[in-house]
Design a protein around this ligand. Sequence first.
Ligand code: HEC
Ligand code: HEC
Length: 396
Amino acid sequence: MRSLGARLALAVLLAVLGALLLAPLRAAVSPGSAPTALAFDAAERARIGELGPWPPAVPRDASNRVSGHRSAIAFGEVLFHSARLSSVGGLRCASCHEPWRSFTDARALGLGAAQGGRNTMSLLNVGLQHEFGWDGANDSLWAQSIRPLLDPREMRMSPAQAAALLRDDPQLAALYQRAFGSAPSGDDDAVLADIGKALAAYEETLVSERTPFDAFRDAIASGDRIAAARYPIDAQRGLRVFAGAGQCVACHGGANFSDGRFHRSRIASMLPDGEPDSGRRAGAQHLLASRFNLLGRFNDDARRTTAAATRDAAADIARSGEFRTPSLRDVAATGPFMHDGSVANLCDAIAPHASMQASDPVELSLAQRRDVVAFLRSLSVEPQPPHVDAAVFRCR
Ligand code: HEC
Ligand code: HEC
């Protein structure tokens, strides 16, 4: 038998514990003390559900025989950080795709051996895309990864130089052997394609983290109102515009906030040679002419089912001025924005854009744009990434 004193002490302890456990719950659900969840209707909940779940399974690439292989991923990571793949002192993939800046460079335009004409894209979630670059100039991640090596404005290598490096450098040759099961061959283009394939295997592993939005999306899907109420109310209002009146999901839909397709941009830009950037038109022309496209001899998918988009690319030569919809995951960290980096402020990036769908133009009010910016910031782990100036998020 326990004494009365002991029983009293136990009761007090239980009461204190209970109060401690319930306090955060009450704060979350009581009106006024903390944000609550908006009442999203069934259609809205369905549209929100389509923006996840996250993280997704990144599919293996059938055109790349080392996609998903650990030894190739390790080799690709070494290549990604190696300055030896460049004829320009010190330049590496990671110089422009800086890991700590969400794999971009915070410049308007890429700067390698010379000034480029396009904004450096983030590499996060790139394994979910099917056509690469702002203009889809390549139909595989491995062919896109060769592009900067050969580009005279970027790393400025020849296929012979790159292949010789792999044959002659003992460390790189050993990593190649482990990843591909044989020593580099005498075929320069084949060795170059394999460099691209190891880089691609690594890049497929670059998946962005779960964000406050993902927690909210899952809470809506499971009907957990307490978890849903933790998501900031302005982000909830912004999400409602994004998935509703703003029609943003027409292009920025799905778990990666990108349809992977090309759309007319309202931004007309010039390339360094003074010619207008024709976007998808130039991309389709490059793709069809490339000996590294998926119709060529380096595609490891013998049946060429991966080359469907390549067969259709000729029709895209008519699509001048179109660019691929960028993913909006981690967009708070990846400015400046747009294919030419001409927009520094995230709120401005939404403004001209609102009327992009020419058939049914949408103009957002200042208050709506503020809310959409709050929503877009919830697509990052931190709404205020440490390397980004707060002015990027100001709406005027
Ligand atoms: C000089 C800066 C620079 C360097 C160095 C560089 N890139 Fe890029 N990267 C860019 C730019 C600019 C784009 C956009 C290209 C375009 O669309 O015209 C891009 C686009 C990409 C894309 C397309 C992403 C997508 O979503 O479609 C991939 C993949 C990529 N780079 C991988 C690499 C790899 C791998 C290396 C090293 C071998 C590399 N990059 C080196 C600037 C650079
Ligand atoms: C018709 C398709 C389409 C619609 C609708 C659309 N976008 Fe876009 N969005 C694009 C394309 C294409 C680009 C790239 C344009 C360029 O680079 O010139 C883009 C770029 C952006 C960017 C810059 C991202 C970056 O990394 O550079 C943001 C932010 C953005 N859109 C947000 C929105 C919001 C918010 C809405 C709804 C109000 C919206 N978009 C509606 C296709 C669309």
